[in-house]
Design a protein around this ligand. Structure first.
Ligand code: EPU
Length: 422
C-alpha cells in the first residue's frame, strides 16, 4: 500500500489549482439515472471515489465515458438494466446510497444496500427513508437491503427534516423531480454541493426553487432531459490548501478559489491571523509574521464551519500560540486524527465531542495513519512543519478525495513524495 512522506521544509509559495468538488460530482453522477438522455459533467476531479461510484452506476446499466483525460464524464442511462445496488459496491462508498432516490423516481423500484456505519460515525439513513415514504414509496428492509417501490410513481409531499442532512436532502430532492405535484423540503441542507445538484437538475428540466435556503420547493415534471454541467470548485480541498501556508509559512494562491463557498471557515482563518485576498484567479492566503492565534470552532451545517475541515484546522491549532477548543457536532467519532497528532508531539485532549488543543512550538515527524480522508490530510499538513520525516500510511483514504496532493504541494515547495507500496 502506498504511503506519503513529508519533511518539514519551510515556507510554501506559488499557485495551487483547485479541482472540482468530490461531494458535488458524486451527486451529479447519480442524477444521470433520472433521464434516458446523456448527462455530461465537466471540471471533474480525478479521484478514486469517482471510479467506485462509476462501478455502481455501470452495474445499474448506466454507460460512462471518461473524456479529456478524466476531466469530463459522459453518463448515459438510456436503459436501466438492474434496479439493485449491491452491498459489495455500496459498502465501499456511502455516497452510492444517493442512487436510491433517482432510481426509485425513474423506475418505480430500487433495491440498495444499507451503507452501514463508517469510521467517523454511525451515519444512519432514517431521514432518507422517511423522506421517500412521505413521497409515497413503500420501504422494506430485508437482508441488509432497502427495498423501495412506488409502482404508480411518487407523489409530492411536505418533508420536514429533523436535521439538515446533506444526503437526505439530496435523495429527497432528486426523487421529487419526477413526483406528481409539489414537494416542499423543510430544514433542507444549504451546502453548496446540494445547491449545485439542484442547478444540475434544473438544467435537466426540473422545477426547483429555494435550493441553498432552508426550504426547497420542487414541482414534479414528467421527464428530465440531458444536460452539460460544470462541477463547482472543491471547497474542502480549497480550505485544506489555505491551511497549508498558515502551518508552513509563505503565501499561496488558490486558482479557482471562492470565498462564498467557505464563509465561516474564512472568518476563522482570519481570526487565526491568515491574510486572505481575492485575486483575479481565485484567492491568496498569506501567513503573516508572528504566531498563529488560537481560535475556537464548532462544526455546523453550511453556512457554519464545515466538519470536513475540522481535522485540518486542528493540525493548524497544534502550532497556535495558546489554547483552542474544537467542538464536533456533525459526526460522533471525528477526532481520529487526535491520537496520531499526539504521536507527533501535539497536545490535544478529547472529551466526547470536544477537543482542547494547546499549541506547541515544535512537533516531530512520525509514522502515522488515519482511517478517514480528512484525518489523513491533517497529518500531512502537520508534517509540513514537523521536524524530520512524517510517514502517512493508508494513503488510499487520501486518494479518495484529494487529486495528486503530493504533486500540488511539492509544486509550491513542500518536501513531499509518494512511496509506492507492495
Ligand atoms: N444522519 C442521520 N440520519 C440520516 C442522515 C444523516 O442521523 O438519515 C446524521 C448522520 O449520521 C450524521 C449527520 O446526520 O451524524 C450528518 O449527515 P449528513 O447526511 O448531512 O452527511 P452525509 O450526506 O452522509 C455529506 C458528505 C460528508 C460531509 C457531510 C456533512 C458526501 C458524499 N458526503 O455526508 O463528506 O462530512 O455531508 O457536511 O457528500 C467527506 O467528504 O470527507 C465527507 C465525510
Amino acid at each position: 500500500m502506498d504511503s506519503i512522506l513529508v519533511r518539514g521544509n519551510g515556507a510554501l509559495n506559488g499557485q495551487i489549482p483547485i479541482a472540482g468538488a468530490k461531494n458535488t460530482v458524486l451527486k451529479l453522477m447519480c442524477a444521470a439515472l433520472l433521464t434516458d438522455e446523456p448527462l455530461t459533467l465537466t471540471n471533474v476531479p480525478r479521484l478514486a471515489d469517482i471510479r467506485t461510484l462509476s462501478d455502481v452506476l455501470e452495474s445499474l446499466g448506466c454507460e460512462i465515458a471518461q473524456l479529456a483525460n478524466g476531466r469530463v464524464l459522459a453518463l448515459n442511462a438510456t436503459q436501466l438494466t438492474s434496479h439493485k445496488a449491491d452491498y459489495d459496491l455500496v459498502r465501499k462508498l456511502r455516497a452510492s446510497f444517493n442512487v436510491l432516490g433517482p432510481m426509485l423516481a425513474r423506475a418505480g423500484e430500487a433495491i440498495v444496500s444499507m451503507p452501514g456505519g463508517c469510521a467517523i460515525g454511525a451515519r444512519a439513513v432514517d431521514m432518507h427513508l422517511d423522506a421517500l415514504e412521505r413521497l409515497g414509496a413503500t420501504i422494506e428492509l430485508k437482508d441488509g437491503y432497502v427495498h423501495a417501490s412506488a409502482p404508480k410513481g411518487l407523489k409530492g409531499a411536505e418533508i420536514p427534516l429533523r436535521f439538515a442532512s446533506v444526503g437526505a436532502t439530496e435523495n429527497a430532492m432528486t426523487a421529487a423531480t419526477l413526483a406528481k405535484g409539489t414537494t416542499v423540503i423543510k430544514n433542507a441542507a444549504r451546502e453548496p454541493d446540494t445547491k449545485a445538484l439542484a442547478d444540475c437538475l434544473i438544467a435537466m428540466g426540473a422545477q426547483i426553487e429555494g435550493a441553498g435556503t432552508e426550504t426547497i420547493t420542487i414541482q414534479g415534471v414528467d421527464s428530465l432531459h440531458g444536460a452539460t454541467q460544470a462541477v463547482i470548485p472543491d471547497r474542502i480541498e480549497m480550505g485544506t490548501f489555505m491551511i497549508a501556508p498558515m502551518i508552513a509559512g509563505g503565501s499561496v494562491e488558490l486558482l479557482g478559489g471562492r470565498l462564498d463557498l467557505i464563509p465561516s471557515f474564512a472568518e476563522k482563518m482570519q481570526e487565526a491571523g491568515a491574510i486572505i485576498e481575492e485575486t483575479k484567479l481565485g484567492l491568496r492566503v498569506t501567513k503573516p509574521d508572528g504566531p498563529i492565534k488560537p481560535v475556537n470552532v464548532t462544526t455546523e451545517p453550511f453556512p457554519g464551519f464545515p466538519t470536513d475541515l475540522q481535522a485540518q484546522f486542528m493540525a493548524m491549532m497544534c502550532f497556535a500560540d495558546g489554547v483552542s477548543v474544537l467542538e464536533e457536532t456533525i459526526f460522533e467519532n471525528r477526532f481520529m486524527h487526535a491520537p496520531e497528532l499526539l504521536r507527533m508531539g501535539a497536545h490535544v485532549e478529547v472529551h466526547g465531542g470536544t477537543a482542547t488543543v494547546t499549541g506547541v512550538d515544535k512537533m516531530n515527524g512520525a509514522q502515522v495513519m488515519a482511517t478517514d480522508l480528512r484525518a489523513s490530510v491533517s497529518l500531512i499538513l502537520a508534517g509540513l512543519r514537523a521536524e524530520g520525516e512524517t510517514q502517512v500510511n493508508r494513503v488510499y483514504h487520501l486518494d479518495r478525495g484529494y487529486e495528486r496532493i503530493e504533486e500540488k504541494l511539492s509544486a509550491v515547495g513542500a518536501n513531499i513524495e509518494r512511496v509506492k507500496g507492495s
